[in-house]
Design a protein around this ligand. Structure first.
Ligand code: ZN
Ligand code: ZN
Length: 266
């Protein structure tokens, strides 16, 4: 077994994923309270002290809520790119005391035995990234908080075995819902969030590029503008138009908003 993945929380109200090898554990984002993260880790017989750091996708509050306490109390290093680091200055209470490790997008770096690459996505923050995390020939990619997926992003995701992909909203629910117009425009834009429909099209493109065995975890679902069953069924309907059906080689699961996922082993 090379890689493990567990979602501690996924959705517009807070995101944090645990990834690890046999010897190294990290978080991708810490958008829920440090207490909730600590409690979730303890369900896996882990503690914050077992973590080697926190990778940050971007500075929005649903991705950084637990950073202050985790970095102050446990001295956990935070890995981020420079533009996000600078934004955090106004958002983190303990910015000066936090151990930041800066990475450059598209350059490989290592935490323990995990090989990591941040790749740019399209979102209305300073410099949002997705992550590719590899170990012993297995690869996990995260792509949430992006309004679109370019050919480069599709290519990156197609090289992974496990793909955490945003299915944020149902377009009709969003358009008819109670959000103010400017917020609807923001979410629907190329720098907003992926709809269920867009996620379905992206999965079809990924499978066209690399049809080997893959598992997709649908992530960052909106509380206001989506239902899990709707996200799942919309995506299946889109895949059906390409003659693609879930099978042993293609598995699609949903990540719950307020619950930990199971542990996925690669
Ligand atoms: Zn965001
Ligand atoms: Zn977010």
């Amino acid at each position: 077994m090379a890689l493990k993945f567990c979602s501690l929380s996924s959705g517009s109200s807070g995101n944090s994923y645990l990834l690890g090898s046999d010897s190294t554990y990290i978080l991708v984002d810490a958008g829920i309270s440090a207490k909730k993260i600590t409690d979730s880790l303890s369900c896996l017989n882990l503690a914050p002290e077992d973590l080697s750091g926190i990778l940050l996708t971007h500075e929005h509050s649903d991705h950084i809520k637990g950073i202050d306490v985790l970095s102050k109390k446990y001295g956990l290093p935070v890995f981020t790119n420079e533009k996000t680091f600078l934004e955090l200055k106004n958002l983190c209470k303990y910015w000066e005391q936090t151990r930041f490790n800066l990475f450059s997008n598209n350059e490989i770096f290592y935490i323990g035995d995990l090989e990591i690459k941040a790749f740019p996505v399209y979102h209305d923050a300073a410099d949002t990234v997705g992550f590719s995390i590899s170990c012993q020939g297995s690869k996990i990619c995260t792509a949430t908080d992006t309004g679109c997926a370019t050919d480069e992003i599709i290519k990156e995701l197609a090289s992974a075995d496990l793909i955490i992909l945003e299915a944020n909203h149902d377009e009709d629910m969003l358009k008819m819902g109670r959000y103010p117009w400017f917020l609807k425009q923001r979410i629907l834009s190329d720098c907003g969030h992926l709809s269920n429909e867009a996620a379905g099209e992206i999965i079809a493109k990924i499978l066209k590029q690399d049809p080997k065995q893959k598992r997709f975890l649908l992530a960052h679902l909106s509380k206001e503008n989506n239902f899990p069953e709707m996200a799942y069924q919309t995506i299946l309907n889109i895949l059906e138009t390409y003659n693609i059906f879930p099978c042993d080689k293609l598995k699609i699961d949903l990540l719950a908003r307020d619950e930990m996922s199971g542990v996925y082993l690669l």
